[in-house]
Write a protein that binds this ligand. Structure first.
Ligand code: URA
Ligand code: SF4
Length: 418
């Protein structure tokens, strides 16, 4: 059994919905009877359902973040701590070991409607659930917690709508710091500004999901499980880059579109077709090109008729996803990087990059001796009329030819070796 299956299955088993045992059994059967690559079939119905069930890991993270202990007098007058929490799924057993590691010297109990976890300083036991919070008193611990929260408060995360989504309102009454939120919000816009200038506000990123081995295959596999920003929640799958390990040219787009999201490969839709044509016309062999995106999950909003309308990724998503792009470029060590559009150029060349002013200019970056940016094929497809489109296409060709010339320069050395 692949290790990945066991990890995901132990999470999926905690999902509250019916049908999880049947699904797990079916997965097990298929994995051992002719479909060992099952987990890689991202569009398979069973696999999608399985990944949806396994997403209870998010609920585990929330429990880790939102459980608040209160001090009470224990059975023999000694000090104990108790918390009440209502997780969405049956995850108490999955979440409890974290609290053992974190609070190993305390005696504590976490009560939930489904089950309770008790730690006496030596062993972890599980018991019945508790319907409603009883016997929780306010005390000094709350003051301590508030001080801690105010000190570490991250204003970039203070988005009331997102907070309500992430932290279901029913958790709020048991969170002492909820009282502080109105005060903190008053101060927020100035603090957000300072934080946007520094990078540390973006605590979440793909960096937490990078594998040990950083060859392209390992990276691609690990990226399938990335939860470095919220985009993974609604997209079908991670669309990782594609092309040879030793590609001489890397093309960096913005974000996968609808077709890329369904198919799992970058630039397979209309923009990809235009790009293929332009590469051919510029004399760049498609076989030497690796194609990827600055952001690896499709971003969209649902519009009339259920259509998924492409959305531009924001600065946070671009930053969160950058570790993948950097790792790809480190693994490939290309001679030339071509950024398609401003988003890629801002991620790779400079945050204030302007396509209209700087396209076609050659930069030396950490990623490649020759790095340049040009129009995004989608921008060309959206041009207002035929003439504008033709003009932009010519500029794209011109920039790709610049890239091709730099590849030619490297040829003589190869000729000598031969
Ligand atoms: N546009 C992009 O930026 N990337 C794709 O993969 C497809 C369209
Ligand atoms: Fe991870 Fe990038 Fe997907 Fe966000 S968009 S979840 S950072 S792969």
């Amino acid at each position: 059994m692949p290790r990945e299956f066991l990890d995901l299955a132990s999470a999926a088993a905690c999902h509250r919905e019916n049908g999880r045992w049947e699904l797990l059994y079916r997965m097990l059967w298929r994995l051992t009877h002719g479909t060992p690559e099952l987990l890689r079939l991202a569009t398979d119905d069973d696999v999608r359902q399985f990944r949806r069930f396994a997403a209870v890991r998010r609920d585990v993270h929330k429990m880790h973040a939102f459980v608040r202990f209160r001090k009470i007098a224990g059975p023999k007058g000694d000090e104990s701590f108790v918390a009440w929490h209502r997780p969405d799924h049956r995850i108490v057993r999955l979440a409890a070991p974290f609290f053992v590691r974190r609070f190993s010297v305390m005696r504590w109990a976490i009560l939930t409607p489904d089950a309770s976890a008790l730690w006496d300083g030596e062993s972890l036991r599980f018991g019945a659930g508790v319907a409603a919070p009883t016997g929780l008193r306010r005390d000094d611990l709350e003051g301590l917690w508030k001080a801690y929260y105010a000190a570490t408060f991250n204003p970039a995360r203070l988005n009331p709508k997102a907070m309500k989504r992430e932290m279901a309102l029913r958790h709020w009454p048991t969170l002492p710091e909820a009282e502080l939120i109105p005060d903190l919000m008053r101060d927020v816009s100035r603090r957000v500004e300072t934080m946007l200038e520094t990078t540390e506000g973006f605590a979440m990123s793909a960096a937490d999901f990078l594998p040990q081995e950083q060859d392209l295959e390992s990276l691609r596999e690990a990226s399938a499980g990335c939860e470095g920003c919220p985009l993974y929640q609604d997209a079908t799958q991670t669309v990782f880059g594609k092309g040879p390990e030793h590609a001489r040219v890397v093309m960096v787009g913005e974000v996968p579109g609808d077709m890329e999201d369904r198919q799992g490969d970058p630039f397979v839709g209309p923009a990809g077709k235009l790009l293929d044509d332009a590469l051919r016309e510029a004399g760049i062999d498609r076989g030497t090109v690796y194609v990827t995106n600055a952001v690896k999950h499709f971003k969209f909003k649902i519009v009339g008729g259920g259509r998924r309308l492409h959305q531009k990724p924001g600065i946070r998503e671009i930053k969160a996803c950058k570790p993948w792009l950097e790792a790809e470029l480190d693994a490939i060590q290309p001679e030339v990087v071509v950024c398609l559009g401003a988003t890629a150029a801002q991620s790779v060349i400079a945050t204030d990059f302007r396509i209209t002013k700087q396209r076609g200019e050659v930069f030396h970056t950490d990623y490649a001796p020759v790095t340049l940016a040009t129009y995004h094929p989608s921008a060309i497809l959206r041009a207002p009329d035929k003439a504008a489109r033709a003009k932009m296409y010519d500029m794209l060709l011109e920039d790709l030819r610049t890239a091709a010339r730099h590849l030619d320069v490297a040829e003589p050395e190869l000729a000598v070796e031969r």
